[in-house]
Design a binder for this molecule. Structure first.
Ligand SMILES: [Zn+2]
Length: 202
């Protein structure tokens, strides 16, 4: 088992970025490790991954974790994304992920510095994750869907203020369970921003 560094999930949901990987020295040949996310309410999630930038293979990050959906079935995930070097303006280069997800039958292939896991079993770029959210809105209109997100955000915010006790007899209280359900409906900030931009465009 490798090292697990902790990240706060309140800002951008579950995400992993190459700046963070660099900070923890993952681009050193081969390194196995993971991330554990915690939010202010003791909700935890973690994944394992290995970063391979040795000469042996083409550079890649391999994710290994099990999805733990609320009340859902567990699924063992094991997949890789290629890593690419992007030249910097001032010289040198920066590592980036290549998102190899297929959404709506189309291969993504975008070069990105951050991957998100939002409403999907997989990590993927912001674009792919916003498609996941789009597909979850069913027949609702874009405006209605966006309104629902803002609504959930407001409700979660108000609920948070009223929670004084998080556990009762070793179990999360009803309010805490409700808050977790609300939080699941709120996409990461990046995805919300993208949705908002889509709304303004049309
Ligand atoms: Zn993508």
């Amino acid at each position: 088992m490798g090292m697990y560094a902790t990240k706060n999930s309140s800002d951008d949901g579950y995400s992993i970025d190459t700046k963070w990987l660099k900070k923890y020295d993952y681009f050193c040949g081969f390194k196995y490790g993971g991330i554990k996310w915690t939010n202010g309410w003791g909700h935890e999630a973690s994944i394992s991954f290995s970063v391979d930038t040795s000469f042996m293979n083409s550079p890649n990050i391999r994710f290994q974790y099990s999805t733990s959906r609320y009340g859902g079935e567990k699924k063992e995930m094991d997949y890789s994304f290629p890593l690419v070097k992007v030249p910097c303006n001032l010289g040198g280069s920066r590592w980036a992920f290549q998102c190899t997800l297929c959404k709506n039958g189309r291969y993504c292939g975008r070069t990105v510095y951050t991957l998100y896991q939002a409403g999907s079993d997989y990590f993927g770029c912001r674009h792919c994750m916003s498609i996941v959210y789009e597909s979850q809105r069913h027949s609702r209109s874009k405006f209605e869907y966006f309104g629902k997100i803002l609504d959930s955000e407001r409700k979660a915010c108000e609920l948070r203020k009223t929670i004084h006790k998080r556990h009762y007899k070793g179990r999360p209280t009803r309010k805490v369970r409700r808050l977790r359900r609300l939080e699941k409906r709120i996409p990461p900030t990046g995805v919300i921003a993208e949705l908002e931009m889509n709304l303004l465009r049309k």
